[in-house]
Design a protein around this ligand. Structure first.
Ligand code: FAD
Length: 475
């Protein structure tokens, strides 16, 4: 009888080379495997085989070269606040956590830039730049945990997109490690560089499938001296859109135009001890933040909004503390929905001009698919971005709930496609939206993305199965 050859798993081969790395480089601690194998979606059970914690680009490069050699799949992992399952390791992958790569260099005041390692926390970058009157204007509720690398890999949006645009606009240079360990320096601190195809842009928003971002040179904006924050009560979604049109024509430059419904507010108030903004609740709320315009112009503008019944109620923050309280009503929503129930989340975008038509029709989809269910709507409506959260009814099992939302998603995505929108505005595709990519991207585009993936990662070791499958037949 012949002895059975024992197969050595790729991960074991990687661990066998641990002498080439610091003692604390790898972890198989069950609590690390559980924590680093998942992101905020919490719907994919974590099952990584190993967690690696590099401190330098060189360590990332040597690890990826080894993984390539042994065909070991790797999941790049940032702050794990992603909402599309992009950082999930559910199939025995090695998680490459950037959490120890947090260096933030001194601010270059003249160039208004700062160089950081990818694991720098978004909020820490804000705090670092604030004394210079500068900021990296990527701002959202998870900024206390998300990493700059994760923000770039998802081309994150947030509450200031209407004023500053997406992350893509605030990245000057990138350092990226390719799947085979080669290190690319793309762009540095150059503002202008028209020397052919801008490879840097390929990595921004590619969700870790083309390379691992290890450092970035960030472009900084001046912090505005003063911002006025209003909260308005509005009758319906049409009214929210009318108010947006008025705000666009109004006396001040808009830096945020966010909305949420009374249902979102009710869940927020159940989760956190906050005061309701008005004595009487209104069906919809709009948070408007503006850079102050011409003196004496705001007062008459506000009066005219009331007179024309565009708003039912309204308040203007009188000082920074009040402004923060109004913002916490908006920023606490996502967390509150998950803390008080089971939401099925969708993050969709429409061209601003199509929002009204879309909203008129999606009410019908909800009525037929979710009769009497609780739908919590909020989002960055000034950018055409809606966060649609369907809450699980108590009477339904989780399995029934997921089956029904899956079917309804198809109707909603078809409507998004009809109005020229996107099935993922800012959260990315990851695992969650992969099957639906075709609603927003043509077959030719998907084929080109697949071809790019093969060029950058011929062995398909980087975040395999995320965004798209490399082989068409895997779909
Ligand atoms: C309460 C809450 C509010 C949110 N609000 C917003 C919002 O307003 N706007 C918005 O855009 N998003 C929002 N998000 C989603 C999330 O915070 C962003 O997508 C964020 O940019 C993810 O960063 P991260 O570091 O947590 O990335 P992770 O979740 O760790 O990873 C996200 C993706 O990027 C990849 N990745 C991570 N780091 C790297 C790297 N160094 N190199 C290559 N690939 C990498 C991962 O593999 C994964 O595919 C919110 C999330 C929460 C929980």
């Amino acid at each position: 009888m012949r002895a059975k050859a024992t197969q050595v798993k790729p991960t074991d081969r990687i661990v066998a080379s641990k002498d080439n790395f610091p003692d604390d480089f790898f972890s198989r601690d069950p609590s690390d495997l559980a924590a680093y194998g998942k992101d905020w979606t919490k719907v994919f059970p974590p099952a990584p085989s190993l967690i690696a914690f590099p401190r330098t680009t060189d360590e990332v490069s040597r690890l990826l070269a080894l993984c390539s050699e042994h065909g070991a799949p790797v999941v790049p992992s940032g702050g794990r606040t992603g909402l599309a399952g992009g950082a999930v390791a559910a199939s025995g992958e090695i998680v490459l956590s950037l959490s120890r790569m947090r260096r933030i260099d001194p601010v270059d005041e003249t160039g208004a830039t700062v160089r950081v390692q990818a694991g720098a926390i978004t909020q820490a970058v804000h705090n670092h730049c604030e004394p210079f009157g500068l900021t990296w204007p990527i701002d959202f509720a998870s900024k206390g945990s998300s990493h700059v690398g994760g923000n770039i890999a998802t081309n994150a949006g947030g509450v200031k997109v209407i004023r500053y645009g997406l992350t893509r606009q605030w990245v000057l240079g990138l350092q990226v490690v390719l799947a085979d360990g080669r290190v690319l320096e793309l762009g540095g601190a150059l503002e202008k560089n028209n020397t052919g195809v801008d490879l840097r842009q390929l990595f921004i928003g590619s969700e870790g499938i083309l390379g691992v971002i290890t450092e970035a040179t960030l472009k900084l904006a001046r912090i505005p001296q003063q911002l006025d924050v209003f909260l308005f009560g509005v009758e319906n979604l049409e009214g929210v859109l009318r108010l947006f049109r008025e705000a666009r024509k109004g006396p001040c430059a808009i830096s945020a135009f966010e909305f949420f419904t009374d249902k979102c507010l009710a869940r927020l108030l159940r989760h956190r001890t906050l005061r309701p903004p008005f004595d009487t609740s209104t069906p919809f709320y709009v948070l408007l933040e503006v850079e102050p315009g011409a003196a004496n112009a705001i007062e008459p503008w506000l009066t005219s909004l009331f007179e024309r019944a565009l708003i039912i109620d309204g308040t203007l923050a009188q000082h920074a503390e009040q402004a923060r309280s109004l913002w916490s009503l908006r920023e606490g929503i996502s967390e509150s929905l998950s803390a008080t129930g089971l939401p099925h989340k969708n993050d969709i975008a429409l061209p601003i001009a199509s929002l009204e038509g879309f909203c008129a029709e999606f009410g019908q989809v909800f009525e037929s698919r979710y009769p009497g269910w609780e739908i919590c709507l909020f989002g960055h409506i000034g950018d055409g971005n809606l966060h649609v959260n369907v809450m699980k009814p108590d009477a339904l099992s989780n399995e029934e709930f997921w089956a029904q939302t899956k079917a309804a998603d198809r109707d909603m995505f078809a409507l998004v496609q009809k109005f020229g929108g996107s099935i993922s505005a800012e959260h990315g595709v990851g695992l969650l939206k992969k099957a639906h990519l075709g609603y927003s991207r043509s077959p030719d585009e998907i084929a080109l993305m697949r071809a790019l993936k093969r060029i950058f990662d011929p062995q398909n070791i980087l975040n395999p199965g995320k965004v798209l499958d490399v082989l068409e037949e895997e779909r």
